[in-house]
Write a protein that binds this ligand. Structure first.
Ligand code: ATP
Ligand code: MG
Length: 191
């Protein structure tokens, strides 16, 4: 099984690269952001709650987020058999520890963490453009600023966490989508 975590700041390209990785390696793509946006669109209770955090650029509380991920894994047993690409999870140390436990319970583990490294100014530019092109509600200047701050405070420590345990691979996330994908594949092909 190939279980890949794709890691990086908001707008670093996690979703774009994950779709391609999922297709090439036959992995099940779990984007926690997409799962939450789907709930928001359907106006479920979870969606209403998630929106109150997302619109402020905050993270959804760990306990709830872990339940959401657990539910996705439990409801797609067949599709996850070749492996999973985790996009947007974990975002905190507590989530990372829980993910290790969840995978251990299923007799598997993280194969690799791919870190897409992009400077903050480029993240901001990309998200502003995405907001204009797609109308995504949290891609506005004020929320973007908050998301980047939250990333540095709550999520970036995971880089050290995964480096210490020998699982982190840095990828320069500044090039073209094709070039970055080629770099990721040349690494994943060796695993
Ligand atoms: P991308 O690199 O794909 O552009 P992104 O950071 O712009 O990623 P998503 O991953 O789609 O966006 O997440 C959107 C929002 O959903 C986050 O700002 C956060 O509020 C919430 N969210 C998503 N995943 C988690 C998580 N694991 N824990 C807490 N909140 C989450
Ligand atoms: Mg995304």
């Amino acid at each position: 099984m190939l279980n890949v975590v794709i890691f990086g700041g908001p707008g670093s390209g996690k979703g774009t690269q994950s779709e391609r990785i999922a297709e090439r390696y036959g992995l099940f793509h779990i984007s926690t952001g997409e799962v939450l946006r789907d709930h928001i669109a359907r106006k479920t209770d979870l969606g209403k709650l998630a929106n109150s955090y997302i619109s402020q650029g905050m993270l959804i509380p760990d306990k709830l987020m872990i339940k959401v991920l657990q539910h996705v894994l439990d409801t797609h047993p067949g599709e996850t058999s070749r492996g999973v690409i985790f996009d947007g999870f974990p975002r905190t140390i507590a989530q990372a520890e829980e993910l290790d436990r969840m995978l251990a319970d299923r007799g598997t583990k993280i194969s690799s963490v791919i870190g897409l490294e992009v400077p903050d100014e480029m993240l901001t530019e990309r998200m502003i453009l995405r907001g204009q092109q797609t109308g995504r509600a949290d891609d506005n200047e004020r929320t973007i600023k908050q998301r980047i701050a939250v990333y540095h405070k709550q999520t970036a420590p995971l880089k050290d966490h995964y480096t210490t345990s020998g699982r982190y691979t840095k990828i320069n996330g500044e090039g073209t989508v094709d070039d970055i994908f080629t770099t990721i594949c040349s690494y994943l092909d060796l695993i």
